[in-house]
Structure formats: structure tokens, C-alpha cells
Unconditional design. Structure first.
Length: 246
């Protein structure tokens, strides 16, 4: 039977050379819930910006095993089959970090950030902590944490996993409501891999305007973006082409 792995990492930073220093995840099966949460050592120093966010200091990981030597990582390898589901908020970041540890994901991936952008398109933000307060998940989390023996802290791997577990329930309900008759889990996998239609500019000279409006009034600018902005993400590129063609 399929298992659902809800995962988060904390890292030394966000650059190419940064590494995992905390691996936390829950495994949801038919009956039981496994909780894994381990700190890891790293040859890469923790940068101060990262330390400010997650509060992990060099002393906390001193003498800890490297990520791939932890029992949490070894168990994750055992779970890494196409029958199971990996659920992460902003999956590309964590998966890229795990790749540096030799982990090549074989599970079906649900990125709750991307799914939320599809389902809650008009929200001001799609960060996990935003939904924690917007959906009042914080009112439920302590009871859940006590049952699982987890301490809830923002920007802590296992604390964020617990919040994500609560958010996942709400997200699944919203997916089921929007796509009745479809399997909500498989639909979330599908939405993870579906381009997001960006409706409004959040930067540049057209900030605040809709892409549809700019396509009518300044299509040349959109074509310039396609040809000259190398860092244009796939969703924005898809959206520009969509509005130019329509």
C-alpha cells in the first residue's frame, strides 16, 4: 500500500555549495505514522542568514553524522519507490539539496506550493507560514504535536512538516471540491507538473497590471521579455505565450 512522505529540510544556505543539516519527515501509512527528525553535520559552514531563519548553530550539529549516514536518510532510501508519494512545500529546493546527498527521487512528487498556486490563485502569498495563519492551522497543531511527540517551531524541519500535514488536509479538500470525481492525490501530482497561469505582474514597469492587459497594450514588451530575460521562470514564460497567443 502506498505511503505518503511529508518532508522538509533545513540547510546551511541556499547556494549551490550548501548542504542539508536537518532532515525531517513523516511517513503516513494505512495506520501508523513514522516520525524522523535528525540533525546532520556538514563541511559547509552555516551562513548567518540561514542561521537567522532556522536557528541551527554550529554547536547543534557538531559531531552529528553526515546526512547520508543518518538513520532518517537510510529509511528515506528504503521508501524511495514509484508506489509512494513525496510531499514537499517548494519541492525543487529540497529535492535539489537531497540530490547533493546522492538521493534521486523515484516517488511521485506533490509540491504543495505549486498546487496551492493553482487552487488558491488569488491569495496574497502561498508560503506555508502564510497558510498556517490564514487557515488557522496553528489552533490545531499543538494537539497534533503532542500526539506525535513533536515540538512546533517555525522554520524547523519537523515543525514545518507538522504544519504541512495539516495544510495538506485542507489542500486536498479544496482540490476535491474544484475537481469533483477525480482522485485528489493524483490530481495534486498532475497539478505539480502543470504550468501555472500567472495573471498579474508583480515586478517591473507593468507591476500591478494583468498580463492580459499588457498583451493588448504592450505586446512588444512581452516579446522582449521572452527573448532577453534568461532568468524568466517556466510559469511566466508559459503565461506570456498564453496571453500573446490568445
Amino acid at each position: 500500500m502506498a505511503k505518503y512522505i511529508i518532508l522538509d529540510t533545513e540547510t546551511t544556505g541556499t547556494d549551490e555549495n550548501d548542504r542539508v543539516i536537518q532532515l525531517g519527515y513523516m511517513v503516513l501509512g494505512a495506520k501508523d505514522i513514522e516520525v524522523h527528525n535528525e540533525f546532520c553535520s556538514s563541511d559547509v559552514p552555516i551562513n548567518f542568514a540561514a542561521m537567522e531563519v532556522h536557528g541551527i548553530t554550529p554547536e547543534m550539529i557538531q559531531d552529528k553524522p553526515a546526512c547520508r549516514d543518518t538513520s532518517a536518510y537510510k529509511r528515506l532510501l528504503e521508501l524511495n519507490t514509484p508506489d509512494n508519494y513525496m510531499i514537499i512545500h517548494n519541492a525543487p529546493f529540497d529535492l535539489k539539496m537531497l540530490e547533493k546527498e546522492g538521493f534521486d527521487v523515484q516517488m511521485k512528487v506533490i509540491d504543495t506550493l505549486r498546487v496551492a498556486k493553482h487552487i488558491f490563485a488569488d491569495e496574497d502569498a502561498h508560503r506555508l507560514q502564510y497558510f498556517r495563519y490564514k487557515m488557522e492551522l496553528y489552533k490545531e497543531e499543538q494537539k497534533e504535536a503532542d500526539a506525535l511527540g513533536i515540538e512546533v517551531k517555525a522554520h524547523d524541519a519537523i515543525g514545518d512538516v507538522l504544519v504541512l500535514k495539516l495544510f495538506l488536509t485542507k489542500l486536498r479538500e479544496a482540490v476535491q471540491e474544484k475537481f469533483p470525481g477525480e482522485n485528489p492525490v493524483e490530481k495534486m501530482v498532475d497539478l505539480t507538473n502543470t504550468p501555472i497561469l500567472v495573471k498579474t505582474f508583480r515586478f517591473g514597469k507593468h507591476k500591478g497590471k494583468t498580463l492580459e492587459e499588457v498583451a493588448r497594450e504592450d505586446a512588444g514588451y512581452l516579446r522582449w521579455m521572452l527573448g532577453n530575460m534568461e532568468n524568466l521562470d517556466d510559469d511566466m514564460r508559459y503565461s506570456i505565450n498564453y496571453y500573446l497567443e490568445s
